[in-house]
Design a protein around this ligand. Structure first.
Ligand code: BES
Ligand code: ZN
Length: 914
């Protein structure tokens, strides 16, 4: 029951806004010592503003504690005699207030009130702090280094010789700076930071800024003092004490870039250096603003909850997100490292230089950074073909956004758990997809000059959703406007109008329909002669037009949709903006087919009438290259989405993908394969041998040619290599004999050489999986897991180990993950997912989650990436009625699908085919 509540909380987070806090009068809330706490809101008062932090911090890597002091220069905007700021799990030893000459306002040590449920403390000043005057707040504090992944936390690694070493690192976003120092921990409070760190002689200290000087302070200790930072939000502060090795290089503009890793992984850092140098240079040009710090570090931390973090000047990464070993890592690993670096470096502008005012607009950071991964890699690494993956980003967003439980891109978030939940596919992926739609609408140049304007306007400051839309287009005179310039006219009549395909558009109004309203539109198209009858509605899974709740769920939903389409008679894109529920377009001539949403650059799904689908199915069959690979992939995607929404029959979708036998592009192939595989996975669990076998044969007939064509090597472009990785893994998973034989052969030679020969990196995971199926192979891989010095290799071993069909072995793995020594706790969520997707393991994983729920939540707090992956990883494997009942669903079976609602009938948990 407990778990169910959490799942529902997670899905319905947008309705659970805490309201009592902001309304209760001051004084009702009691501090830990029983005295009234002077502030009742979750957010800090705005009339005390931090200006400059002087921080001294000393982590002791033997006692695993840290002590620190902070002197904060504050600006007082209203007279007051108390200061409220954030602090979490810190012991405050002393607190004083100093005047502008740094004289104490009182001889007495001031009392500090603590209000843990808001993670706040209050300090009373003996004298009124007067508006307009300058003061300093001085606090001394200490705490154990945190055991998890937030605040100032402990991380460990093992050397080849078996020695365990400790380091201390920070992760603050969104609300954990307060675990390392008392501070004003909200993004709007930008300040300068001067950091000093104490350390022993065998360690180095790092922070956002370059080292200014080191002083020996006795007792074998050193104090490193760092240059004063630029103005930034508290969540971007970072410091690390470790014994890592590094490589450095300099950009053309003189920025010193350094990659750090544990000493024995030093040789895996070189690729990241090259990528960071090239990507930073790209961003400086693209944004037309130089990177403002003298240095940028990228460091691989052995224990890391997320994938990476953009701390200004000191970006931190999970080892798999930064380290690349050319002999062991695969093509996908390389792409991943490059994308993560592209993402974190984009944040140095989007997020660090310009920050959202509050977490409700976190998409301004994350949506942009996700989108810039694609823009930057396309420009800097065209050979990686990153554009092949962009559609997957939008497909992921659509998966979530077509459920009623989705949320608008900008939505309310007040307390830390709600804030943490904002880092989801809506902020990241939907954010990126609507930016892509906007860029296609404004043209690349228009988009780029718009965001340059935005960055200049808000640098070192904060912005909201509307500020972005206001900055995107320059204002111009009526004459310029009439002459067709891309600009807003400043005259009243056409104010905020923007010219698009000859029409005048209000861009802000248009973008509000995408950011303030949840969901994704479905465009319906009926063709009669030269007329196209177009309609828009909200695309929803589960609720069909004949359902009583249909109308209320549609009510009020309307988007301004930039439509594009191609026809059999036009090889260029036609454009039209749809701002009403329905519209009629007239084509120049009669055509054989129409395909809307060219290259799926727009964030909407398209449903054609019977003839429309027939014409496109026929076109794919006869001449599929008449459509771009993105158009082909999006047709497959749209068709299957419509199937899961009960709007198109499964047979129609299967007809559409019938052409895949002649498809050679990896994107549509993998799209089709993905849907077929998800059917297979569901059937496989039902243990009906003949159906499983028939389905396997059915799927293999589509892909046998592609499989047979593959070489077991690393040859070819990244896209060829990714296709090889996927189809060979599928072939062996389906027990396709030629695949098993080849994999077994490679596995044996690898074992015989005791791991000395290197396997082709793209197929190594498949080879290990085949090897892990017997006792000795499994034991050998576990042993290799324990000694490998390459995290990407280890993740392939782990995935092979978790594919064993022996449930005892799977239980042992989960136990090892819980224990956290051989398998690090950071890898537990993905291990649980790996076990859950194994047909033998899915109950096991679920039982494990239920049994260890309390411990799991302790390791991965509610709202965190970790716990969300654990929940989603296990429950999405469910498809039988018993399983759905297990997670407390009330469900209905409708038109060949199982549909699962939560108790309140507002959120859909699953839609599954039966
Ligand atoms: N700013 C985030 C890190 C973060 C995530 C902080 C969640 C707080 C909560 C960082 O820029 C990010 O987006 N990291 C991604 C990496 C990815 C984009 C490649 C992550 O951790 O998954
Ligand atoms: Zn990010």
């Amino acid at each position: 029951m407990h778990l169910l509540l959490v799942i529902l909380f997670f899905l319905e987070a947008q309705f659970c806004v805490q309201s009592s806090d902001s309304n209760s009068p001051a004084g009702e809330n009691l501090a830990t010592n029983g005295l009234p706490f002077p502030w009742s809101k979750v957010r800090l008062p705005s009339y005390i503003v931090p200006v400059h932090y002087h921080l001294l911090i000393h982590p002791n890597l033997t006692t695993l504690r840290f002590n620190g002091s902070v002197k904060i220069e504050i600006d007082v905007k209203n007279n007051t005699n108390w200061v409220v700021l954030h602090s979490k799990n810190l012991k405050i030893f002393t607190a004083t207030v100093l005047d502008e000459h740094e004289a104490h306002l009182s001889d007495k040590v001031l009392s500090v009130l603590e209000y843990p449920s808001h993670e706040q403390i209050a300090i009373f000043s003996p004298k009124i702090l007067t508006s307009g005057e300058k003061y300093f707040l001085y606090l001394e504090f200490g705490a154990p280094l945190s055991d998890g992944f937030y605040g100032f936390y402990k991380s460990t690694y093992k050397t080849k010789a078996g020695e365990t070493r400790v380091l201390a690192s920070t992760h603050f976003e969104p609300t954990s700076a307060r675990m390392a120092l008392p501070c004003f921990d909200e993004p709007i409070f930008k300040a300068n930071y001067t950091v000093r760190i104490r350390r022993g002689p065998s360690h180095i200290a790092l922070s956002n800024m370059p080292l200014e000087q080191t002083v020996e302070i006795g007792n074998g200790l050193f104090e490193d003092q760092f240059e004063v930072s630029v103005r930034m939000s508290s969540y971007l502060l970072a410091f690390i004490v470790c014994d890592f090795r590094s490589v450095s290089g300099m950009t053309a503009t003189g920025i010193n870039i350094t990659i750090y890793a544990v000493p024995e992984k030093w040789h895996q850092t070189h690729y990241a250096l090259e990528a960071a140098l090239r990507l930073l240079e790209f961003y400086e040009q693209y944004f037309n603003i130089l990177y403002p710090l003298p240095k940028l570090d990228l460091i691989a931390i052995p224990d890391f909850q997320a994938g990476a973090m953009e701390n200004w000047g000191l970006t931190t990464y999970r080892e798999t997100s930064l380290l690349y070993d050319p002999d062991i890592s695969s093509a996908s690993d390389k792409l991943w490292v490059t994308m993560v670096i592209g993402h974190e470096l984009a944040h140095q502008w989007f997020g660090n230089l310009v920050t959202m005012e509050w977490w409700n607009d976190i998409w301004l950071n994350e949506g942009f950074a996700r989108y810039m991964e694609f823009v930057s890699l396309e420009a800097v690494y065209p050979e990686l073909k990153v554009e092949d993956h962009f559609l997957d980003t939008c497909f992921g967003a659509i998966g979530r956004d077509s459920l009623n439980s989705s949320r608008p891109i900008s939505s309310l978030a007040e307390n830390p758990a709600q804030i943490e939940e904002m880092f989801d596919t809506v902020s990241y992926d939907k954010g990126a997809c609507i930016l892509h739609m906007l860029r296609n609408f404004l043209t690349n140049e228009g988009f780029q000059s718009g965001i340059i304007r935005y960055l200049h306007r808000f640098k070192y400051s904060n912005a909201r959703n509307e500020d972005l839309w206001d900055s995107l287009i320059k204002t111009c005179s009526e004459e310029e406007f009439t002459a067709g310039e891309y600009c807003y006219s400043s005259t009243q009549a056409t104010k905020n109008a923007y010219r698009f395909a000859g029409e005048h558009i209000d861009l802000k109004k248009m973008m509000y329909t995408w950011t303030l309203q949840k969901g994704i539109p479905l465009i319906t198209v009926k063709r009669q002669g030269r007329k196209l009858y177009i309609g828009q509605e909200r695309f929803l899974k589960i609720v069909l037009p004949d359902d009583p709740s249909w109308h209320s769920l549609q009510e009020g939903y309307l988007w301004h949709i930039p439509l594009t389409y191609k026809t059999s008679h036009s090889d260029y894109e036609m454009k039209h903006i749809l701002t009403t529920k329905s519209d009629v377009l007239t084509l120049d001539e009669e055509v054989d087919w129409v395909k809307l949403n060219s290259d799926m650059n727009g964030y909407y799904i398209v449903h054609y009438d019977e003839e429309g689908w027939n014409a496109l199915t026929e076109l794919l069959r006869i001449n599929h290259t008449a459509l771009s690979f993105k158009d082909r992939a999006s047709l497959i995607h749209n068709a299957f989405q419509l199937v899961t929404a009960g709007r198109l029959s499964l047979n129609r979708a299967l007809d559409l993908i019938g052409y895949l036998k002649s498809e050679t592009h990896n994107v549509p192939l993998l799209q089709g394969l993905g849907y077929l595989q998800s059917f297979y996975k569901m059937i496989e669990k039902r243990n009906i041998a003949d159906i499983t076998h028939n389905l396997k044969t059915y799927i293999l007939q589509y892909f046998r040619d592609v499989i047979d064509k593959q070489s077991w090597s690393d040859d070819g472009m990244v896209s060829d290599r990714r296709l090889r990785e996927e189809v060979l893994s599928l072939a062996c998973d389906f027990d396709y004999p030629p695949c098993l034989e080849k994999a077994k052969h490679l596995y044996n030679s690898w074992v015989e050489s005791n791991g000395a020969i290197s396997l082709p990196t793209d197929v190594s995971e498949t080879v290990y999986m085949v090897g892990a199926q017997d006792d000795s192979g499994w034991a050998y891989l576990l042993e290799k897991y324990g000694v490998s010095m390459c995290e990407t290799e280890k993740s392939k071993f782990l995935s092979a180990l978790a594919s064993s069909k022996d449930s005892e072995k799977l239980s042992r793995l989960l136990q090892l993950g819980m224990d956290g020594t051989l398998i690090k706790t950071q890898n537990l969520p993905s291990l649980i997912y790996l076990v859950a997707k194994n047909p033998v393991g899915h109950f096991l994983a679920w039982d494990f989650v239920k049994k260890h729920w309390d411990e799991l939540v302790e390791k991965f707090p509610l709202g965190s990436f970790g716990i969300r992956n654990i929940i989603v990883g296990t429950v999405t494997q469910f498809s039988s009625t018993e399983e759905l009942r297990e997670v407390g669903c009330s469900f209905v079976v409708l038109k060949g699908m199982i549909i699962c609602f939560d108790g309140s009938f507002t959120a859909l948990l699953f839609v599954l085919f039966v």
